[in-house]
Design a protein around this ligand. Structure first.
Ligand code: C5P
Length: 397
């Protein structure tokens, strides 16, 4: 089980920038924080409750007078951090005045934890003396007010009023919570797969391979240490897990595909270190246990090639695959896969050697980038290999 990070309460108020809160919620929940969202009535015009609930992993709270829990604001107030992003002029004014006519405001008043707010509004509203005064008051009382960015606003005008990008807000929150955020991958979202898929033969037997998941886990950990938000899709791995990384467990190739599809649009880099079964048993599986006979015939069919089928919505998205090869022309075969699977990089490892690769803590790899320059990493720990792969990801990203 992944250990939870901090309890964060995030207020979403009625600015058009509320559309960015779903992304921020995904980043915070992805870093394993226990995230609770409070929506104001006006924010519902811009972002739906279902999207926020799905991204945070908890139902959205909005009703101060919920008959099932009269003291919801007091429970919510026992948080490690209160974030309001975006914060409208209206909510800022009410916070400054000490009003409590909605759940977010009541929670703010009852909270003793640090609070950080991200004002977002039209630039003339932001520059109004009343707003400036309210912001100054909140700052004096210890609230961290992050001024909006300058640029083109939703209304078409240009000025100060934009909500910073979710990745930047995420980094600032991690910093406030004392989590590590520095590193060349800060703000990058990585989706990593690891382990070996299992294709059932019957209820107790399956087809699989020797991949332990150690390489994928090493990549996820190294990326997390370098500041990335990391989701690790683990296919049958029994390796230690660390707080800060979001783990999704899958078993079959089809399960892996489904898990990837649900997260692929929210990531910048996909690293497919999982050893996906190339075959599965055709037809309907016997759900019991096949009887022991002198001979049985299993008909196998090819599984989908996941990495080549998956498109990334994000045009700057990077796809990294792995090629475990042996025999003559092994490097050339890896190079072919780089092209066929339309990858940005492929990590080749030689599986004819027993001292590296499967189940081992060490590996020796060659990273093919398609740009002609291959990067050879001589036999070393999987952690070091992970960092060398991520060096190239950071340089390309
Ligand atoms: O074709 P081969 O299995 O050698 O390709 C290895 C790469 O392709 C790995 O990155 C692996 O995760 C990915 N793969 C896949 N779907 C499959 C088989 C492999 O995405 N069915």
């Amino acid at each position: 089980m992944t250990q939870p990070g901090h309890k964060i309460v995030m207020g979403v108020t009625g600015s058009i920038a509320a559309t960015k809160s779903v992304e921020l919620a995904r980043l915070l929940a992805g870093a394993c924080h226990d995230l609770h969202i409070i929506q104001t009535e006006a924010s519902r015009h811009f972002v739906g409750e279902a999207a926020l609930a799905a991204a945070s992993g908890h139902p959205v709270a909005s009703d101060l007078f919920d008959s099932s829990d009269t003291f919801a604001h007091l429970e919510l107030a026992r948080a490690d951090l209160l974030v309001v992003a975006p914060a409208t002029a209206n909510t800022i004014a009410k916070m400054a005045a000490g009003m409590a006519d909605n759940l977010l405001l009541a929670t703010y008043l009852a909270a003793e934890c640090p609070a950080i707010i991200y004002p977002a509004m039209n630039h003339r509203m932001w520059n109004h003396a009343a707003v400036r005064e309210n912001v100054r008051l909140l700052g004096q009382r210890g609230v961290t007010v992050v001024p909006p960015e300058t640029g083109e606003l939703a209304c078409g005008e240009t000025g100060a009023g934009r909500l910073p990008e979710p990745a930047a807000i995420f980094c600032r929150i991690q910093e406030l919570l004392g989590e590590k955020i520095t590193g060349d991958l800060a703000g990058m979202r990585l989706l990593v797969t690891a382990g070996a898929t299992r294709e059932p033969i019957d209820a107790v037997r399956f087809i699989s391979n020797r991949s332990s998941g150690k390489m994928g886990f090493a990549i996820a950990e190294a990326a997390y240490m370098r500041g990335a938000a990391v989701i690790l899709i683990a296919a049958n791995c029994s390796l230690p897990r660390r707080p800060g990384i979001r783990y999704v467990d899958v078993s079959t190739a089809a399960g892996l595909m489904a898990a990837l599809e649900s997260d692929i649009d929210n990531c910048d880099v996909l690293i497919m270190a999982a050893a996906v079964s190339d075959y599965m048993v055709s037809g309907k599986q016997t759900m019991g246990k096949l009887e022991r006979k002198s001979k049985i015939n299993l008909q196998l069919e090819k599984t989908d090639d996941i990495v080549s089928r998956l498109g990334m919505n994000n045009t700057s998205g990077l796809k990294v695959g792995f090629a475990a090869e042996y025999g003559r022309d092994k490097l050339e075969r890896a190079r072919q896969k780089l092209r066929q699977k339309k990858l940005d990089m492929i990590v080749f490892n030689d599986i004819s050697r027993s001292d590296i690769g499967f189940e081992s803590d060490e590996n020796e790899i060659t990273i093919l980038t398609g740009s002609g320059r291959d990067v050879f990493v001589g036999k070393t720990s999987k952690a070091e290999c992970a960092h060398r792969i991520l060096d190239l990801v950071a340089a390309k990203g």
